[in-house]
Design a binder for this molecule. Sequence first.
Ligand SMILES: *Cc1c(COP(=O)(O)O)cnc(C)c1O
Length: 368
Amino acid sequence: MTKPASFEDAGAVLDVSLSALKSNYRLLAKQAGAARCGASVKADAYGLGASSVAQALAEEGCRDFFLAHPSEAKRLVGLVPDDARLFVLNGLPKGTEALTADLPQLVPVLNSVAQAEAWAVESQRQGRALPAALHIDTGMSRLGLSAGEAMRLKQEGLLSRFDLQLVMSHLASAEDAGAVSNKRQLDAFIAIRVAFADVPASLANGSGVFLGAAYAFDLVRPGAALYGLNPQANTTNPMHQVVRLSAPVIQNRMVEAGASVGYNGIFTAPRAMPAATIAIGYGDGWLRRAGGLAGFFEGVRLPIIGRISMDTTVLDCSALGKRLLQPGDHVELLCESQTPDQVAAASGTIGYEILTAIGSRVRRNYVA
Ligand SMILES: *Cc1c(COP(=O)(O)O)cnc(C)c1O
């Protein structure tokens, strides 16, 4: 344990391996064949830090970044190469057309007839064809135009009033290779695409990249798989682990037999046990319902005991024998022995939520 250089240094840390991230990008790009490989870096790159992640991926040749909100895209202007595109998946918020047009790298994903019409008007006002993507719904009923609406806009000539760079759709169950909806959505996308044969197309998220070559089209949009989550359920994860979450011990004690631990005393020590309190809790995004899990110290599993608090979690350190953890020792919570996917399965959620929940009190540390 080295002396912390700052207060932040003395707290919980999310280590992000940029080399593992880059390997994952290369694996996905290879799997996508001739299609371009983009990256979903919305929600601060799923909690890992969008600016560092986007810059690392740009070094691997990535030029197509997907954000949810225009504010997220704006933050990457100047950080990604000038020839990179920043797609805004949630669409073009009403009234932001001129602001969006001012940032030429932003490509709004038009999700409705009204957005397409507003973008055509803005293009006319600016006297140039502004870049756009068009999202066509093929079975999620979440975002995008219906196939009928897209056809009508095309026939009316509206889509030629801006620079349509991509037609896209999104799969509802791509992580389940056996889901019948995948093929159904693929067929629907192929059918509508006929009308847009001259425009590059994109259907696959990271999971979709593993459904076969037919799903890749011209551009794929992986997110979670880049960050190490398993893109396909019930298979061995082909991705490298990218994150490691650890928190420092801030106090240790011997819990006497019969004493209870934490709020509401849901755990009572069956025997005297050494315990360590670490500086992480649900206020850091370490979910309160993750109670059945453990911390790991030098590979030794230390079960969580009692309720997870907002700022602290208590571990049973019996497995370390005579060795007592000391304040400043770091205990791992996300690591090879306890991956985000495993924490998610034990907490009734998905790895995406485990990563995006990690809060701003946790320092991001980028390692090669
Ligand atoms: C979030 C998102 C992605 C990335 O999905 P992953 O499952 O993380 O690979 C791709 N496309 C759209 C439309 C999205 O919303």
